[in-house]
Design a protein around this ligand. Structure first.
Ligand SMILES: *Cc1c(COP(=O)(O)O)cnc(C)c1O
Length: 315
């Protein structure tokens, strides 16, 4: 499996024209490794680091629907590296991702969510005792390396703008653990740009979520020995989280149908479809008109198939 032989992911215009805005989408879902998405973009850099550090197995965590765990398990399998996943028992129902994780031969340890960090420690100790050199990746690919991957994505956006002459007034994305948003915000700060990078939260509330984004930004600047940045307002919107992680409504299903039918692009109810709906609500509420808006498609294609029945049923 070749990890770093890919070009910038495509940016396409969308047929959506709410409030006379022009919408574009950056297709990170088309990143050509294990169904793509932001977890693939992050994983490429984590595996570069793993190889640099001469580690010989990988430990990470996530739920059974985790895109991150699917990508890590896939790349580990390709490289012949054992992959250990700690997974909360509370969210261990079978999904397309969990079935693939099984197919990739990952070793999954289920435990109550409250025990996850203890389980990770004991798994790392156990592997070291067996003579392995385990490499740990935080859930969702959180950390400076994950942040770096979206500084890189930001630079792809700048290149696109330069060659097309199209300048985006806003960048919207789904924000979860906040690493993707942190990377884009770092890119923006490093290049002295003024536009807003707006994270539509799929679960976390603003007080916690925006703090984590800010911590990730600070941590990245520290890790790079870069000049400390002036405090930054993080646009972390929690108005559309509904009942939290995984919850969705009919409007989200309709949004997903519309984008699929009109543009041929799949979205999911947990991340991209939810945030795309939230973005449109936000644009209406804030009366944003006549702007150029870029939405980052952060992937999750297997989750689209998990909800295909619902997309048909509730019409
Ligand atoms: C994990 C994930 C996100 C959230 O990314 P963070 O960097 O954790 O904020 C968004 N979209 C998809 C499809 C994801 O799998």
């Amino acid at each position: 499996m070749e990890l770093n032989n890919y070009h910038a992911t495509p940016i396409q215009s969308l047929s959506e024209n709410l409030n006379n805005n022009s919408f574009y989408i950056k297709r990170d879902d088309l990143l050509p490794i294990s169904f793509g998405g932001n977890k693939a973009r992050k994983a490429v850099l984590f595996f570069e680091d793993l190889i640099l550090k001469k580690s010989d197995c990988v430990v990470t965590y996530g739920s059974s629907s985790s895109n991150h765990c699917r990508v890590i398990a896939n790349i580990a399998a390709a490289k012949g590296i054992p992959c250990h996943i700690i997974s909360p028992i509370e969210s261990s129902h079978p999904t397309s991702n969990s079935k693939m994780i099984k197919l990739f031969g990952a070793f999954v340890t289920n435990c109550p969510v409250s025990q996850v960090s203890i389980m990770i420690e004991s798994k790392m100790d156990e592997l070291r005792a067996k003579g392995y050199k385990p490499y740990f990746i935080q859930g969702g690919g959180h950390g400076d390396i994950g942040t770096q991957s979206y500084v890189n994505a930001y630079e792809e956006i700048l290149k696109y703008e330069k060659s097309s002459g199209i300048y985006f007034d806003y960048i919207f994305l789904t924000t979860g653990t906040g690493t993707t948003q942190a990377g884009l915000v770092c890119g923006k700060i490093l290049h002295g740009d003024e536009r807003e990078v707006i994270g539509i939260s799929n679960a976390r509330k603003k007080s916690y979520g925006s703090r984590v984004v800010l911590e990730s930004v600070s941590s990245y600047f520290l890790s790079q020995d870069k000049e400390p940045f002036e405090s930054e307002d993080i646009a972390f919107i929690d108005d559309y989280v509904l009942d939290g992680y995984g919850s969705y409504n009919d409007k989200i299903l309709q949004t997903i149908r519309d984008v699929l039918i009109n543009d041929g692009i799949p979205m999911d109810t947990t991340y991209t479809g939810k945030a795309f709906w939230g973005m449109k609500e936000f644009i209406k509420k804030k009366h944003i008109t006549d702007k150029k808006i870029l939405f980052i498609h952060t992937g999750g294609t297997p989750l689209f198939f998990d909800k295909l029945e619902d997309l048909n049923d509730e019409q």
